[in-house]
Ligand binder design. Structure first.
Ligand SMILES: Nc1ncnc2c1ncn2[C@@H]1O[C@H](COP(=O)(O)OP(=O)(O)O)[C@@H](O)[C@H]1O
Ligand SMILES: [Mg+2]
Length: 270
């Protein structure tokens, strides 16, 4: 049984360049291929964002919803396979300036997504700035992306620690990117999970791995997703596997109603 409502999942990492944006976009498409309705919220103000990855040039962003006269639907951009993208950019940095009226308007706009969105994937910036932490804590689930290098593992653990210290019951998934073989990902995951268990007394979930695959940068260069351009490439198979893994856990997710959106917004603003 599929649960009703939206699964809100923030995707993050300890350090940049580990493949978050690629993972978000390809996961979104893979979920969409499995008949899930997906919205991607670009919450990274940095460069090399999801619109660049997809060769899109959004005319508007969240700032136009807040301070212009646009609706959320008007600023959303269509991506491949019917995925919809909310370009956030500078709009986000001004969230704290909102009047309560504007804030309510935004909550209602997001709540409207609820009826036709199965997944809201939030692409966050790397690191543990206060801004990023808000997104992580307000989402129901977090995917921490890590590479197999020791530095990425240490930084990934640092993020997990912050999340679980503030919200011990949060579901934290771990995705290991750029590995040669699946066993390598499982070993890296086992290291992370044993530290989490020892120092935080909790467990994180192994979501899966993505193979290091030259087709990924090749697709990035042509501003097309690897899952679209090279559907049979090893990385594309991994993304489809990850989408299935997420879907297997659908029944445990709670449906997002406007209360959840309100909380989300309050967390971002405060
Ligand atoms: N599985 C992979 N195999 C090979 N290269 C990858 C893989 N995942 C990501 N990359 C490369 O790493 C670069 C950074 O990825 P990106 O998703 O932009 O990282 P982030 O969003 O974490 O900063 C991309 O240009 C991409 O080509
Ligand atoms: Mg990115």
């Amino acid at each position: 049984m599929r649960s009703r409502g939206t699964r809100i999942i923030a995707v993050t990492s300890g350090k940049g360049g580990v493949g978050k944006t690629n993972a978000v976009a390809n996961l979104a498409v893979a979920l969409s291929e499995l008949d899930r309705k997906v919205v991607v919220f670009d919450a990274d103000f940095g460069l090399a964002n999801i619109d660049v990855l997809l060769g899109l040039t959004p005319r508007f962003h969240l700032g136009h919803v807040l301070f212009g006269n646009k609706s959320l639907t008007e600023i959303m951009v269509q991506g491949p396979n019917g995925i919809r993208i909310i370009p956030a950019s500078s709009g986000l940095q001004r969230l704290s300036e909102l009047t309560s009226e504007q804030r309510n308007f935004l909550v209602e706009s997001f709540a409207d997504l609820h009826s036709d969105t199965d997944y809201l994937l939030i692409d966050t910036a790397a690191g543990i700035s206060r801004n990023v932490i808000h997104f992580l804590l307000s989402a129901q689930e977090v995917i921490v992306v890590s590479a197999p290098e020791p530095t990425a593992i240490v930084d990934g653990y640092a993020v997990i620690k912050i999340i679980l210290k503030e919200e011990p019951s949060k579901t934290v998934h771990v995705l290991i990117n750029s590995v040669q073989r699946e066993e390598e990902a499982r070993e890296v995951f086992a290291q992370i999970n044993s530290v989490v268990r020892r120092f935080l007394g909790r467990e994180v979930d192994y979501l899966g791995h993505v193979t290091k695959d030259p087709c990924v940068p090749q697709a990035v260069r042509s501003q097309v997703l690897v899952t679209s351009q090279f559907p049979e490439a090893p990385a594309s198979r991994c993304f489809r596997q990850l989408a299935r893994a997420l879907m297997h856990q659908e029944t445990v997710s709670a449906g997002a109603d406007s209360l959840i959106w309100e909380r989300l917004l309050n967390d971002w603003v405060n």
